[in-house]
Design a binder for this molecule. Sequence first.
Ligand code: BV8
Length: 250
Amino acid sequence: MASYLQAHIEQIAITLRNASSIAVLTGAGISAESGVPTFREAQSGLWSRFRAEDLATPEAFIRDPKLVWDWYAWRRQRVQAAEPNAGHVALARLQDKAARFRLITQNVDGLHQRAGSGDVIELHGNLLRSKCFDEAIVLADFDESHTPPRCPRCGAHMRPDVVWFGESLPVDALEEAVAAAQSCDVFLSIGTSALVYPAAQLPHAALTNGATVVEINKEATALSPHVQFSIRALAGELMPMVVRAAWPDD
Ligand code: BV8
């Protein structure tokens, strides 16, 4: 392994072992090695004629409910066929080791929970849940003879329980995420292009409070110039090495 990478692994491992409070923000990149297309790849294949930002909006759903529902149905079956990867598992282990730990995700695939992470803050919801478009109530049973299915309570369209562009994030989730970013002494940004707000503000809130921010991402991002460590690596490869280096005896 490149000595550059080995040196960084040791430095990050020491930082994590000495941390009193760790906050982690993940994006679509941490699920990429599970075969879940990243957000900006999610319009690959049959969706390649659309931009993700143009499908993940209430306006797109109102304009063409079937198209948007089918896009999420396609992503849902990709997610259900996927398994958590070593990056998800390493974060679940890190949660067991850290004194104080909060995992914040922009992802809507539920893979962190399936890897064993607890108390996950889902900033953008979860596409495995569906809710009534009008009443915004999450329902497990609804009439699937239509596409999109209909709400059994009021007859409106069902929609995925995710936050679309132009929609507010769940208040509790955002408040908990901001509190975690402002109170941590180490913040990890993993697998995110750091383009989508307000999630992209979180590492800056950590920096403002004097935290050490570590970015682990395949490509450089808008966040990269601002952080103490910006590592070009795959999350599924680097995270297990970092956690093993920090707690080698387990
Ligand atoms: C809001 C759920 C307030 C849906 C998502 C103009 C008009 C309207 C709004 C705005 C505007 N300008 C700015 C905004 C705000 C807007 C925004 O930020 N837009 C961006 C595009 C500029 N934000 C909002 O609208 C938010 N709401 O502001 O409300 C409000 C409310 C009412 C009225 C006024 C204001 C809502 C944002 C939430 C949108 N929903 N997801 C769905 O998933 O279908 S966001 C979507 O993007 C996903 O959640 C995704 O996670 C997220 C961020 O993307 P990333 O996770 O970073 O994924 P990406 O593919 O971009 O990057 C992956 C990275 O991983 C890459 O860098 C890659 O190199 C790396 N990678 C790949 N493989 C690996 C890897 N790294 C490591 N290892 C690997 N193996």
